[in-house]
Design a protein around this ligand. Structure first.
Ligand code: CA
Length: 233
């Protein structure tokens, strides 16, 4: 049913074929690029809905591809990286990627990431019309104008930093935010101490927000990377 156009950027033809076959089977349209320069050209001329981007490309670095595309487009970008490229993955997220897949990945993982991104896309398109003063996600409601958050219509008693964190995550629902990005936004700096404080504030926020903090529904932890607010159905 979904006829989204996915741009697949991957120089390894076997991985590229696995991805395109999966996309085809599940009703997506796709275009492909096997290097960074043609990825940038494809992105500008065909306006894809989602980009799947391998970070290790033969010509230009995947992170530079993201930076170029981000100068004119907010298209969701899911990066694909090898396990040894953990820092690249974090650089990619900081450069504006939305999510990541680590090689080797399964078809199910790929489809799950696409579904998360599609939900994010729907939210981005709605928000593009009007700046929504109220955010609703499952039982969570944030009234940005009033500066209050509610869970099942009961006000959450959040500290200013917890509230700031919650707003930051909600503005980027569906997107993985790195520790560096979050600490920069909250404290304007990103020292190891800030990242340690972030963990503490995140734990207290979750205690108030999640009914089972051990298996969180709203805020996902990406170990060594950061956090993401999930769209709750
Ligand atoms: Ca590669």
């Amino acid at each position: 049913m979904n006829k989204l156009l996915i741009l697949v950027v991957e120089d390894d033809s076997s991985v590229r074929n696995l991805i395109t076959t999966t996309l085809e089977t599940h009703g997506y349209r796709f275009r492909t690029a096997s290097n960074g320069n043609s990825a940038v050209m494809e992105a500008s001329s065909h306006n894809p809905d989602i980009i799947l981007l391998d970070l290790g490309l033969p010509d230009i670095d995947g992170v530079d591809v993201i930076k170029k595309i981000r100068t004119w487009s907010n298209v969701p970008i899911i990066v694909i990286s090898a396990r040894s490229e953990d820092t690249d993955k974090i650089d990619a997220l900081d450069a504006g990627a939305d999510d990541y897949l680590t090689k080797p990945f399964s078809v199910e993982e790929l489809l799950a990431r696409l579904r998360v991104t599609q939900r994010r896309l729907a939210i981005m398109q709605n928000d593009g019309q009007t700046e929504n003063p109220v955010f609703i996600n499952g039982d969570l409601k944030i009234d940005y104008a009033a500066g209050c958050a509610y869970l099942k219509n009961e006000e959450l008693h959040l500290t200013p930093i917890e509230y700031k964190l919650l707003c930051l995550l909600s503005h980027n629902v569906g997107k993985v935010l790195t520790h560096t990005f979050i600490t920069q936004k909250i404290w304007g700096s990103s020292w190891d101490n800030d990242i340690a404080s972030l963990r503490v504030f995140m734990a207290t926020l979750r205690k108030k927000l999640e009914s089972a903090p051990g298996s969180p529904q709203y805020i996902q932890t990406h170990i060594g990377v950061g956090y993401r607010m999930m769209k709750v159905e």
